[in-house]
Every structure is written in C-alpha cells, then in structure tokens.
Design a binder for this molecule. Structure first.
Ligand code: NAD
Ligand code: MG
Length: 396
C-alpha cells in the first residue's frame, strides 16, 4: 500500500479511539486522519480535530454540529462537520479512505461498520457488539466486498497472530484443535459472592489491568465481555463455540492462545496496552512502533491460570447458550446486556440483576433466523423492549 493512507476513526473520543490516534501520531508519513467521530465529549472532539486536522468530523445532531463547525472555523480549520448515522456511514465508505477503525461502543456502531465493510475497506474492528449482533450477515458482506477485517480486540488480535496466514481454509485444515481465550477475571474475581449484591459501578469500572470505556469495563466485571468475545471469535475464525475455551489468567500478559493437534500451543504476549493490537492491525502485515513498553518477564515473574466459575459469572454461560442457539439469540443477548449495563451504571439495578435481566429476555423470546439486517434490528428492538419491561415490572 502507498503512504500516507487516510484513516477514519469512528468513536475517536473513546478509549480505543484515543489509543489509535496515539499510534497514528507516531507515524505521520504512513497515516493521515480522514475523519473523527464523537458523541458526547465535544470539547475532546474539538481538541482532537485541532491536533489531527481531519477533513471531516461527525457528531450526533445538527445543533451540536453548528457549535462544533463554529469552533473549528475559529480555530482556523477547514474540517467539515457531518451529522448522525448518515454522516458516520459517509466517512466510513468514502473512496479516499483506506482504513476504518470501528471503535463506537455497542449496537450504534453496526451500520457505520457495515458501511465500511460494504465499501471494501480495511477495517480494524473493536466494536465487537456489531459482529455479535449480525455475525452471519457481517461475514458474508466481508467475503462479498473483499474487505480486510482485522481484529483489534486484544484476544482476537492475539489469535490472529498465532494462526497461519491461510486459516480461512478452516481451523481443522490448518491443524487447530482449539482456541484458548484468556480473561483477566476482572475486579470481582475474588469478591465473596454475597458481596456482589452491593458492588457499585465505580468498583465494576475499576479494572485491575486495563483502562477502558465504562460499558466494556462492566462487561469485563461480569465476564459478558468474554461471552461476547467467544461469539466474536466464532465468527472471525469460523470456529464452533465448543472449540473456544475460556481461561482466566489474572495477569493479562498472555492475550490468547491457539492449541494445535501436534501439541504445540502458540500464545501472543505483551503488556496490557491496546496500542499493541492497534499498531499490529494498522500496519499489518508489517510491524511498527506503538509506544508500548517492552515486556519485562522478570518483573511479571509468574503467570497463573484458572477455570471460570459459572456461578460467579452467569453471563458467560448465557453468552455460550446464545452462541450455541445462533440466529437472533446473540443479538438479543447483546441488546438485553446493553440495557442492563446502562441501568446498572445509572444505579437503577443491582449488579447480579444484569444477568437476571438477560436470562429473562432470552427465555421469553424464541430464537428466529436472521437472514436480513431488518431481522437483526427487530431482535435488538424486541430484546430492549423486554428488558425495559423487566425494569418497570421490578419498579426501576
Ligand atoms: P468508550 O466508551 O471509551 O468510547 C466509545 C466511543 O463511541 C466514543 O467515541 C463515543 O463518543 C462513541 N459513541 C458512544 N455512543 C455512541 C452512539 N450512540 N453513536 C455514535 N457514537 C457513539 O468505549 P471503548 O472502551 O473505547 O470501546 C469501544 C469499543 O471497543 C467497544 O465495542 C468495546 O467493546 C471495544 N473494545 C474496547 C477495548 C478497550 O480497551 N477499551 C478493548 C477491546 C474492545
Ligand atoms: Mg478483549
């Protein structure tokens, strides 16, 4: 590929967006920012525009757009402000763009990410919810358009690095026995079960190893994050749920492993810093500096492993069930989880009720086929409705 390449960062103001821009700024000859999007943190988005001088910025509504456009003009920038999902899809599919970083959180990222897929871009996928919701359609669209889908979720990037280049022939054909997906166990790995009744959003968001957005931090505490990642791995690597085993590894140094039939187990290690998988995917198949410190094995000294406890982490069981159920089940799981996590962050429910809500939603609705995007969104809407009903039934 010739340089510099234009990069669109969807969700630029978030944790992944900022890590991406940090890597990009280290390589001005290779990458130029085409567009940045933000949702609520507009002062932050303005500062990012001043720093990276994108051609476009995308915000949720017209009022915000007018304010940002005025501020950009006052700062002497030509950056044009676009609005809403249409604007996001436009900067994801623009012919001048070669790479799109999909770092919006949740279902809101699905349409813009698909727009990048359909335009045949190189896509750095952080927005796992998009793939969980619409896996079959998403992967069909990738094959049809010739888009290059590279995972930047650290586990999936690790698996990608440990697989041979021709893994698309099938995991069996390249000698893979199983994928070992590592999980830190989050902040509640050792918390006595009775105390989980009263944990706060602040405790849930205080991840021992990673600094991340609030939604994924709660998902990490409940291990729904690992459940979503299990589904993500099945789609990315064409694996059966039974081929993906979750391993708790509290140090977060091994980011995942691939177990081959000859007994070899390949792992990718590194400091827990998202700039490594981001740099890996940005430059792939080359390697570039990411700003991440070299791994100091002597300081780490030991690596521990344990099996996950499903009584402590019921969300992991629910996600595995949804993965096995297929069809609309993962979209329902994801939507119910988004509503439940938002309610927990707003202190409307207790932490164990996140799993109760998802369980109730999944049990109330039959799994259906999702052959079109409309069916995915119908499942998403129905699950949100059922989750809201649960909240009002319980007086929240
Ligand atoms: P974050 O909350 O820090 O950032 C989310 C971004 O999405 C922000 O830019 C926000 O403005 C934007 N956004 C939020 N709601 C939106 C909406 N309705 N429409 C448009 N934009 C919206 O989240 P994050 O931690 O950066 O995570 C982003 C994605 O990456 C998630 O899907 C997460 O699961 C995934 N991921 C994150 C990490 C991590 O280390 N943070 C690791 C692996 C995967
Ligand atoms: Mg991850």
């Amino acid at each position: 590929m010739s340089h510099p390449q234009f990069v669109t960062v969807l969700g630029a103001t978030g944790s992944i967006g900022l890590s991406t821009l940090d890597v990009i700024a280290r390589h001005p000859q290779r990458y130029k920012v085409f567009a940045l999007s933000g949702y609520r943190q507009l002062a932050e988005l303005l500062a990012l525009c001043v720093r990276h001088v994108p051609l476009f910025a995308v915000v949720p509504d017209e009022k915000v757009a007018r304010t940002l456009q005025d501020d950009l003009c006052a700062a002497g920038l030509d950056t044009r402000v676009l609005v809403g999902e249409g604007g996001l899809c436009e900067v994801a599919a623009d012919p001048r763009v070669s790479t799109v970083v999909a770092a919006i959180v949740g279902a809101a990222g699905l349409r813009p990410t698909l727009a990048a897929v359909e335009a045949g871009k190189k896509i750095l996928l952080a927005n796992k919810e998009a793939l969980v919701m619409s896996g079959a359609l998403f992967m069909q669209a990738v094959r049809r358009s010739g888009a290059v889908l590279l995972p930047i979720d650290s586990e999936h990037n690790a698996i990608f690095q440990c697989l041979p280049g021709d893994y698309a022939r099938g995991l069996g054909a390249v000698g893979v026995r199983r994928i070992l997906l590592t999980a830190s166990g989050g902040p509640f790995r050792l918390t006595p079960l009775v105390e989980l009744e009263s944990v706060t959003p602040e405790q849930a968001c205080a991840h021992p190893n990673w600094s991340m957005g609030r939604k994924i931090s709660v998902d990490s505490a409940s291990m729904m994050n690992k459940g979503l990642e299990l589904i993500e791995a099945c789609w990315l690597f064409d694996a059966q749920p039974s081929q993906v085993e979750v391993v708790i590894h509290p140090q977060s140094v091994i980011h995942s492993l691939v177990d081959y039939i000859d007994g070899s187990v390949l792992a990718q290690l590194g400091n827990p810093d998202m700039r490594t998988p981001i740099a890996n995917a940005l430059a792939w198949p080359e390697r570039i500096e990411s700003g991440v410190k070299p791994l100091d094995l002597f300081a780490i000294a030991r690596l521990d492993f344990q099996a996950p406890d499903e009584q402590r982490f019921p969300c992991l069981r629910l996600a595995r069930q949804a993965a096995e159920g297929g069809g609309s089940a993962p979209a329902m799981l994801n939507a119910a989880n988004e509503v439940a996590v938002a309610a927990f962050l707003e202190r409307r429910i207790r932490y164990p009720e996140i799993a109760s809500i998802i369980d109730a939603v999944l049990n109330q609705e039959a799994v259906v086929d999702v052959a079109e995007l409309a069916a995915v969104f119908a499942a998403d809407t129905q699950a949100r409705h059922l989750a809201e009903q649960w909240l009002s039934r319980h007086g929240r």
